[in-house]
Ligand binder design. Structure first.
Ligand SMILES: C[S@@+](CC[C@H](N)C(=O)[O-])C[C@H]1O[C@@H](n2cnc3c(N)ncnc32)[C@H](O)[C@@H]1O
Length: 274
């Protein structure tokens, strides 16, 4: 039985009911602290954002028309996005790939039942089947270097079936506006600002400069590093404009939008030709 959108969202917070009513085993949600460690937010907003992205992905690839789709959540974190696909396919057909040991530990607790794979920072993803219907990556290509971005997108396209979709997010206009706002509003001395915000302000170029390169169609990667195995040689803050995607992945390009509700990044859709 298909569970409607509103109820499916509500059930995320009531896993016992999901099992009792629909036989779907939904893992528990991690603490706010764990959630914040992955995406900087928690609770209702964090899940609303994930659900909105999920619904967009489903509408793009018409998931309800595919019987037991094979899905990859690349850089899946603790499983925030992938859990929504549990109403669309078997848990073992949902592959979640992560490069951080810490994320893998979280996935074992909060994405139990899905197929969890630990990959190296560079492709491939060991044990991943080919012919995937969909690969998605939320807030992963907002952080990778150009070399890693190119390697991963080419790899992910290669594991899709003909007609399959790759949907991912990256930094865009929204984040540039946010940086501008941070610069204009920040009155506190930098030492007392939250570490991440402080690094954004001190280690990235000015928002004006980022915007200029962005409007010029350039890929921008600022290697400020991240947590654990996400080292600065490939991980930082990344802005990818539409022109770059069109120039590099033209035959695959479907869309780039900044208008997915609650999603504060650009959402890019690529499709492997049928
Ligand atoms: C900002 S978090 C987003 C997590 C999740 N997609 C979500 O939206 O909740 C980015 C994740 O990408 C993972 N990641 C970064 N580089 C990766 C790589 N090369 N392979 C797999 N995962 C990677 C990080 O470990 C991190 O958990």
């Amino acid at each position: 039985m298909k569970i409607n959108d509103d109820e499916w969202f509500e059930l995320q917070f009531r896993p016992e009911e999901a099992f009792k009513k629909y036989g779907v085993k939904l893992p528990a949600l991690p603490s706010d602290e764990i959630q914040i460690g992955f995406t900087g937010s928690s609770g209702l907003f964090n899940m609303r954002q994930a659900f909105s992205f999920y619904k967009y992905v489903c509408s793009v690839c018409q998931i309800s028309n595919i019987r037991e789709p094979l899905i990859l959540d690349f850089g899946g974190g603790w499983g925030r996005i992938s859990r929504f696909f549990l109403r669309d396919t078997k848990p073992e057909s949902i592959f979640i790939a992560e490069t951080r040991e810490y994320a893998i530990d979280c996935l074992r607790k909060y994405a139990a039942g899905c197929s969890i794979i630990h990959n190296q920072p560079r492709p491939p993803i060991p044990g991943l089947p080919g012919q995937l219907d969909l690969a998605c990556a939320y807030s992963v290509f907002s952080h990778l270097s150009e070399e890693y971005f190119q390697a991963w997108v080419n790899y992910l396209l290669s594991v899709l079936r003909p007609g399959g979709y790759l949907v991912f997010t990256t930094r865009g206009q929204f984040f540039i506006n946010h940086l501008e706002h941070l610069h204009s509003k920040t009155e506190k001395p930098h030492e007392v600002l939250e570490e991440y915000v402080r690094r954004m302000l001190e280690e990235l170029p000015s928002p004006e400069e980022i915007r200029r390169h962005y409007l010029n169609g350039e890929f921008q990667f600022y290697p400020i590093g991240g947590a654990g195995e996400c080292t600065a040689d490939f991980f930082g803050e990344t802005f990818i404009p539409k022109r770059y995607i069109e120039q590099n992945f033209g035959p695959f390009f479907v869309d780039l939008t900044d208008d997915v509700q609650y999603v504060d990044q650009s959402v890019v859709v690529l499709r492997k030709p049928a």
